[in-house]
Design a protein around this ligand. Structure first.
Ligand SMILES: NC(=O)c1ccc[n+]([C@@H]2O[C@H](COP(=O)([O-])OP(=O)(O)OC[C@H]3O[C@@H](n4cnc5c(N)ncnc54)[C@H](O)[C@@H]3O)[C@@H](O)[C@H]2O)c1
Length: 272
């Protein structure tokens, strides 16, 4: 990989399972020597300072004044809404992992306006799903339909509206727990919203993207299926994602997709 000219400052918003991995990858492989700082809630600032050994910011204006070249969000939807627009307006590029936040049309417009005002780039990761480059390309010639199907073991739907719809403990065959559009799926099943939003943004939008969520006793991991038809032909994709060892609710592929985004951001000359 070609070495970049100057070492940038990088801000990590969120230092959980994904944030810690991304920090280690930047330090060990992608940007050794770069200054990294964390953005934290005031209530966890001291603990994070001690555990990470990194500089901590709790105020977004102070973080912007530190002038990182890039801020990497891996914290949650609230951080996308509250922290990213001021950073973009200050000319700081951002990587967005909590893509589901972009299901809110007003926030999407706010992010785009802030990016225009600051001349900065919002980079949306593909996260736990793949095939989005093909969807984005295919839509140039018109897409007739895009369907996303998410399958999880029945017990993984505990604590969601699925509990009111079916008896999760009694399911013996694949059972539909939600069938609707990506906009309604994002509202009712926010934990799945990152993937459905990424599909909607790359393809035909939140209203036209069909979403089916299944409680499936035949799967042990989170399974994502994508089916698209259009003038380009047809696309079928099935991903069976291994969980992150440090957070079984997040897919390992989500962390890897952030790292892939960072590799092309910091090393644009590399062809591989
Ligand atoms: N695009 C995808 O497919 C995909 C997949 C998995 C996770 N994600 C997103 O990535 C995020 C991180 O995932 P994770 O597995 O590391 O979760 P995690 O729970 O392990 O870590 C999240 C961290 O963010 C911190 N945080 C929360 N609110 C904050 C705030 N207001 N300010 C600063 N820090 C805050 C938490 O303290 C925690 O340390 C998730 O919230 C999710 O939205 C996206």
């Amino acid at each position: 990989m070609t070495e970049p000219l100057a070492l940038p400052r990088i801000a990590l918003l969120g230092w959980g399972a994904i944030g810690q991995r991304v920090q280690a990858t930047l330090r060990d492989r992608l940007m050794p020597g770069a200054e990294i700082a964390l953005f934290a809630r005031p209530s966890s600032a001291e603990r994070l300072r001690r555990d990470s050994g990194l500089p901590i910011f709790t105020d977004v204006q102070a973080l912007a004044a530190w002038q990182p070249r890039l801020a990497i969000e891996c914290a949650g939807h609230a951080v996308v809404a509250e922290v990213l627009p001021p950073l973009l307006r200050a000319g700081i590029d951002v990587v967005i992992a909590s893509v589901g936040a972009l299901g809110d049309a007003a926030l999407r417009a706010d992010i785009e306006a802030a990016a225009c005002a600051g001349g900065a780039r919002p980079l949306v990761v593909s996260g736990a799903i793949g095939g989005l480059d093909a969807l984005r390309a295919a839509r140039q010639a018109g897409l007739d339909s895009v369907r996303y199907t998410g399958r999880k073991p029945p017990q993984a739907w505990r604590g969601t509206p699925a509990e009111q719809r079916v008896d999760l403990g009694a399911i013996t065959e694949p059972t539909v727990i939600f069938d609707g559009c990506a906009a309604d799926a994002a509202r009712d099943y926010p934990r799945n919203a990152n993937v459905t939003a990424a599909v909607a943004l790359a393809g035909i939008g939140f209203e036209r993207t069909a979403v089916r969520l299944m409680a499936d006793p035949g799967v042990t991991a989170n399974v994502h299926e994508l089916d698209a038809q259009g003038a380009f032909g047809a696309l079928q994709l099935r991903l069976q994602n291994a969980p992150l060892p440090d957070n079984p609710k997040s897919s390992w592929l989500a962390a890897l997709s952030i790292e892939a985004t960072l590799a092309s951001y910091f090393h644009p000359q590399s062809l591989s």
